[in-house]
Design a protein around this ligand. Structure first.
Ligand SMILES: [Cu+2]
Length: 126
């Protein structure tokens, strides 16, 4: 009786733990897939098609993608920045503001921030 009750309680606890684990894993993968710009995936790093602006740096600075990829930039800084390429780019982006651009053709696409000359990066499209 005691053993049976203890076993069933253990089964419930293990089941609950497994369910929590699956929910956490699912939520994390969803955030990564959707390119959540606010870092809710818990990794604290930009996702596959994201570039974060933090510490007045484009992170990652150089990103290689395939044609047709849409990149989302998010400004994590308290100061305003831009994402400015040749013939494409954003307005001034405040904190947590985002900008997206789809790269349809192959090539090398350098860009910079108009406010900070040292902020440069490149998207390479293959
Ligand atoms: Cu800047």
């Amino acid at each position: 009786m005691t053993t049976s009750s203890s076993n069933s309680r253990r089964f419930v606890l293990i089941s609950a733990a497994l369910i929590a684990l699956f929910v956490a894993a699912f939520a994390t993968s969803c955030d990564k897939d959707s390119g959540n710009p606010y870092g809710n995936n818990g990794s604290g790093d930009p996702g596959a098609n994201e570039v974060w602006i933090r510490g007045s740096t484009f992170d990652p600075g150089d990103r290689t993608v395939s044609a047709g990829t849409t990149i989302t930039w998010t400004n994590k800084d308290g100061v305003e920045h831009t994402v400015t390429g040749s013939g494409w780019g954003s307005q001034l982006l405040g904190q947590n503001a985002t900008y997206t651009h789809t790269f349809d053709s192959t090539g090398s696409f350098p860009y910079h921030c108009t406010r900070h000359s040292g902020m440069t990066a490149t998207i390479t499209v293959q």
